[in-house]
Write a protein that binds this ligand. Structure first.
Ligand SMILES: CC(C)(COP(=O)(O)OP(=O)(O)OC[C@H]1O[C@@H](n2cnc3c(N)ncnc32)[C@H](O)[C@@H]1OP(=O)(O)O)[C@@H](O)C(=O)NCCC(=O)NCCS
Length: 193
């Protein structure tokens, strides 16, 4: 049993059973056996974000993506429970259960956000957000697994489409799962960093 399983008071951000039965085969991607999503590598697990992940360095990984700002453990907890209550946030993490002398360390993450719409017959729309793998763990198919799981989960949850914004250099990475450049332009009004 790894560090990810031996905590009785752990709270998950969303129902981990939603991961049951997900397969990446439908995208024509044959992942190496040892990189299956259940066992992505020695000591690694992929699971929903938990209430204890601040102590496992969740925000350290996020800071490798963009400016994190000041986020205390209390801030994390408040946001964690607000997101859980809202129901539309599916954050996956990759944990190295053997790191830090077996306490476990978050080494990757990605989030599916599901928006409720009136259009398209009261459809759901998915958004891929904050996909990042710790520098030390890149190139081990973990990003691909996280993105693949987010993608098939959004389909399972019946999103009519799933979109994302990314840097130009990452377009080929997202293309693996069929994401295509949209002719519509993305606009933003930024109030602060
Ligand atoms: C982009 C990122 C998530 C990829 O994670 P990773 O675990 O290193 O990638 P993987 O090992 O899963 O790579 C899967 C495949 O994608 C390819 N790939 C990885 N990063 C890529 C990139 N930036 N552009 C194009 N292809 C890429 C790999 O070559 C690999 O191809 P293969 O299956 O044919 O061998 C990771 O590099 C990262 O965290 N980058 C910094 C944060 C970031 O830019 N996030 C995306 C926000 S838009």
């Amino acid at each position: 049993m790894g560090a990810a399983d031996d905590t009785s008071d752990v709270v998950y951000a969303w129902d981990k059973n939603l991961l049951n039965g997900l397969s990446l085969d439908e995208y024509g991607i044959k992942l190496d056996e040892k990189y299956s999503w259940i066992n992505p590598g020695e000591g690694l697990v992929i699971r929903p974000l938990s209430s204890q992940d601040f102590d496992k360095g969740f925000t350290d990984v996020l800071s490798q993506l963009t400016r994190l700002g000041d986020v205390s453990k209390e801030d994390f907890q408040k946001r964690f429970y607000a997101m859980k209550a809202s129901g539309g946030y599916y954050t996956l993490v990759v944990e190295d259960t053997e790191a830090d002398n077996g306490s476990g360390k978050i080494v990757g993450t990605g989030t599916l956000e599901v928006e409720q719409k009136f259009i398209h017959s009261c459809a759901l729309r998915g958004r891929v957000e904050e996909v990042v793998i710790d520098k030390e763990y890149r190139g081990r198919k973990l990003g691909k697994l996280v993105l693949g799981l987010i993608t098939v989960l959004s389909k399972k949850l019946a999103c009519y489409k799933t979109t994302l914004e990314c840097k130009v250099e990452n377009i080929p990475f997202y293309g693996i799962f069929g994401y295509k450049e949209d002719p519509e332009k993305f606009m933003q009004l930024r109030f602060h960093d």
